[in-house]
Design a protein around this ligand. Structure first.
Ligand SMILES: [Zn+2]
Length: 481
């Protein structure tokens, strides 16, 4: 009898704890920034973005295909389009095609801020040109938007940063602190010639920043089921990246007398073993912080669940990892992408190989991943080589000056938005500036819905005039902080 009473009592305490935590899970109001009351030349900005889209600064993985003259043309186009910026700000061309601007601010006591974007765009998927409503490099200004490759990713950021500066300079306004713009030219191809070189240059100069703001998240409608408000996602960290090449040396020869396992067979087995043994699920700080911010905007049931992850974490991981996008937040992912064997059906391969692209979660590293794969593959004939290695980024603080400034100006532009830190599962140039500040954030100040999100790197990429205007306003407000 006593045991029953104790059990009921404990259960009662447990339920009280769960409910108490859920009730305490409420949104905390924050300060709202001030958008300078300057007139934004929205149609002019759209025209200039249109011109920028028409210059085909396409980055190809096979660098011999890249037309670097387009990048030179782009630099001249910016000079012509933003005369005041080029007159007043110091502009340096880094490594031929990347740009660094420096705008002197009012105060030498305040650390400068760095705003990043990139000039290169991804190619249009061959064969999909005809699916575009307006040709992908037309820069068509139609239906209240600018259309074309690079409108969302991320020429809009290059153009609106310069628009904001040009507008302020024309009014004789000076930013609070020194402002830098860094526009790399090889973000999409993950080379080391653009933002890396800008960062090296800044390091040599001894410049350090209050904060760095690059692309990453944005304001998204209907992003999370159960939240009927836009959500502004600010990337506070990004996963690491590595290409892993698995290879096996074979005997070659005719396929009429094959050994028990050909090199191709051994590679296939290794790939199968990797796919059958995904890395463990882990809840890291950026993902925990994301749900901490989103929970207060959810139903009581969800709040009860998410505010008690101390108890529900295993269940949460199980549910959330059911989708590919959810799993990407919770584990180091491994995606086999390229396979190669012999060149003919009846020839045994001398060499067989596979490429696995991995995105490394915080807590793992390229070295720990290699050890894991060796164990899983468990075949000494398979050699593992890693290239284009980026370890997971640092995790930026949630209470820094830069984070607060971004949040305040989000509130000023999108009053109803839920603001949430998050983990960038792709990659950006932002990580390259990690040695120059503790505060690196990834947020583009525009608002997209789910269908528009799919246009990034896809078909019919476009950006609305309203978004262009908001970007300019957001950056002006940032420069005044
Ligand atoms: Zn981008």
């Amino acid at each position: 009898m006593n045991i029953v009473i104790i059990a009921v009592g404990l259960l009662f305490i447990l339920i009280l704890t769960l409910v108490f935590r859920a009730l305490r899970c409420v949104e905390k109001p924050g300060d709202t920034g001030v958008i300078p009351g300057l007139q934004v030349d929205s149609s002019g900005a759209a025209e200039r973005l249109s011109g920028a889209i028409q210059i085909q600064t396409i980055g190809y993985d096979d660098i011999s295909k890249t037309d670097f003259n387009a990048f030179l043309e782009f630099i001249l186009y910016l000079e012509k389009s933003y005369p005041r910026v080029h007159q007043l700000m110091k502009r340096e061309i880094i490594n031929g095609y990347s740009l660094l601007f420096h705008w002197k601010g009012k105060s030498d006591n305040k650390k400068p801020a760095l705003f990043c974007a990139h000039i290169d765009v991804v190619p249009v998927e061959p064969g999909t040109d005809s699916e575009w409503k307006y040709p992908p490099y037309s820069g068509s200004v139609s239906e209240g938007a600018v259309w074309g490759r690079g409108t969302q990713d991320i020429k809009v950021q290059v153009i609106t940063l310069l628009e904001a500066a040009e507008t302020m300079i024309s009014q004789g306004l000076v930013p609070e602190r020194d402002i830098y713009f860094a526009f790399g030219h090889d973000e999409e191809t993950r080379r080391y010639d653009g933002a890396d070189k800008i960062a090296d240059h800044l390091k040599k100069k001894g410049v350090s920043f209050e904060y760095v703001l690059d692309e990453g998240g944005c304001v998204i409608d209907n992003a999370v089921a159960g939240i009927n408000r836009p959500i502004a996602f600010i990337g506070i960290a990004e996963k690491g990246f590595v290409n892993i090449r698995l290879s096996v040396k074979g005997e070659g020869g005719h396929s009429s007398m094959p050994p028990a396992h050909t090199a191709a067979g051994l590679i296939a087995r290794a790939v199968f073993r990797i796919e059958s043994n995904p890395l463990p699920l882990t809840l890291t700080v950026p993902v925990l912080e994301m749900f901490k911010s989103l929970a207060p905007a959810m139903s009581f049931g969800n709040r009860l669940f998410l505010s008690n992850l101390w108890l529900f974490a295993p269940l949460f991981k199980k549910i959330f990892s059911k989708t590919a996008s959810g799993a990407a937040f919770l584990r180091t992912t491994t995606a086999p992408t390229m396979l190669e064997g012999s060149g003919a059906p009846n020839v045994l391969p001398l060499n067989a190989s596979a490429v696995v692209n991995a995105r490394i979660l915080h807590g793992d590293s390229s070295a720990s991943l290699k050890t894991y794969l060796e164990k899983v593959i468990s075949d000494s004939s398979v050699s593992i080589e890693m290239s284009q290695v980026y370890e997971p980024s640092k995790i930026s603080p949630l209470d820094s000056f830069g984070m607060k400034a971004v949040k305040e100006n989000i509130r000023a532009l999108w009053r109803s938005a839920v603001i949430s830190p998050y983990l960038v599962v792709g990659g950006t140039d932002a990580r390259k500036y990690e040695d120059l500040t503790d505060s690196v954030y990834r947020f583009s100040p525009y608002r997209l819905d789910n269908s528009e999100m799919k246009q990034m790197h896809g078909t019919n990429e476009h950006i609305s005039m309203e978004n262009i205007t908001d970007c300019v306003k957001f950056y002006m407000a940032m420069f005044m902080k």
